[in-house]
Design a protein around this ligand. Sequence first.
Ligand SMILES: Cc1cc2nc3c(=O)[nH]c(=O)nc-3n(C[C@H](O)[C@H](O)[C@H](O)COP(=O)(O)OP(=O)(O)OC[C@H]3O[C@@H](n4cnc5c(N)ncnc54)[C@H](O)[C@@H]3O)c2cc1C
Length: 404
Amino acid sequence: MFDVIVVGGGPVGACAGTLLARGTSRAAGLSVALLEPRPPTTAPVDTRGDLRVVALSRASERLLTRAGAWTQIPRERCHPYERMRIWHQSVSPDSDAVLVFDAADVGEPNLGYIAESRALQTALLAAFAEAGGHIETAPLSALAIGEEGVQVSTPHGTLPARLVVGADGAQSALRAAAGLTVELRAYGQTAIVANVSTAKLHESTAWQRFMHDGTLAFLPLADGTSSIVWSADDARAANLVSLSDADFAGELDRASDLALGETRLLSARLSFPLMGLAAQRYVAQRVALIGDAAHVVHPLAGQGVNLGLLDAAALAEQVQAAVAAREDPGALRVLRAYERWRKSEVAAMALSIDTFDRLLAHGAGPLARLAQRGLSWVNASQELRRFFIRRALGLSGELPQMAR
Ligand SMILES: Cc1cc2nc3c(=O)[nH]c(=O)nc-3n(C[C@H](O)[C@H](O)[C@H](O)COP(=O)(O)OP(=O)(O)OC[C@H]3O[C@@H](n4cnc5c(N)ncnc54)[C@H](O)[C@@H]3O)c2cc1C
C-alpha cells in the first residue's frame, strides 16, 4: 500500500509527489506513486523550445529548490525578469503613468523567472524519481474509496493507497470520480501564445498592456526573444489566429503601441479558451485536489502554477505532520485543514485577478477610469509599490514553511 498516489504529473502533481516523497528534517519521506499518461519527451536541442511558459514567483523558486528540481531546469529555459511595466491603453508606454515594479526597489535580484512549462515539468518528474517516487505511465480509469484506504485503477492494474491527490488539471477525472463539483466562469476570452522577436531589447522586463478588449503581455526569454500571452474576446482572438504572420505582427504592433518596437512572429500561435474554475470542495475522505484540478484563474497575473505549487507544499506539510503524529493522512480532519488554508488564499487571489480583468482590461465608466488612474497612484507611492512587489514575488499571505 502506498501512503499517497498522485494522479497527474504536471508541474503541480510532480511537485506534490516530490515534496511528499523527500520528507523534511522533521518528517520522513512517504511512499508515493504518480500516474501520468503523457510524460514530456525531452525537446531536441535545436528546437526553439516550448511555447508554453509560466512566470514563477520567488515562493515557487523556493519550493522547487526544496523539491531538488530548481537546478535541473536548464538556464536557457528559465530566464529571470527584473522589472514589470504595466500600463493602460489610455497612456503611452513611456509615460510617467506606467506602473513600474523593480526588483531593486526591494533589494531583490529579480522578481521571478519565465520558465518553459515542459522544462519545469521534466525537472520535477526527474526530482520525483530521484526522491524514490514510483511513476506509472497511465491514466486514472477508476477510483474506489473505502474505510481503510483507496483503490486507484489504471488500464494496467489497481494500486492501493491511504490518500489520493488529484493533480490532473482542469478536466480532472479524479475530481469527477470522487463526486467533487465545480463552479465554472466563462470569461468569453481566448489567450493566444506565441514567440516573437522585437526591435528593441526586452531588458529582462515583463511588459503588460491593459486594453478595452483584452490584455497583452510580453515575457522576456533567455535568447532575447519574448513570449506573448494575448487574452482577447473570443471573436477577436479567432480573427487574430486566422491572420497571416505579417498581418498578425501588424496587429501586435498596434496592440503593444510599439513598446518594444516592431515585432516578428517566430512560432506558431497556440490558443487557449479561458475559463475560471473553482471546486466547491477541495477534499473528501481520502481525496485532495491541488492545482488546476481545484482552481483555474485568469492567466493575466501569471499565478496558476504558483498557486498550485503552494497547494502542493501546503498539502505535503499537513500530510507529513499527520503521519509524524501517527494519524491517518487520508482522514477528512487532516485534509480539511489543508482545504481551509488554501481555499481562502486562492479565493482572495482569484477575486483580485478578476477585478483587475473587469476594471482594467474590460471596464468602462467612472469606476474603470478610477482603477486606470490607480495604476499611477500606485506608481507614486513607494510603500504601495513595495506591497505589490511582495505580492508579485508570492511572499504575501499565509505561506507554507517550505516557501518562507
Ligand atoms: C495562456 C496561459 C498562460 C499561463 N501563464 C501562466 C503563468 O505565467 N504563470 C503561472 O503560474 N501559470 C500560468 N498559467 C496557468 C498554468 O499553465 C496552469 O495553472 C498549470 O499548468 C497547472 O498545472 P497543473 O499541474 O495543476 O495542471 P496541468 O499542467 O494541466 O497538468 C495536469 C497533468 O495531469 C495529466 N492527466 C490528465 N488526465 C489524467 C488522468 N485521467 N490520469 C492521470 N493523469 C492525467 C496530464 O497529462 C497533465 O500532465 C497559464 C495558463 C494559460 C492557459
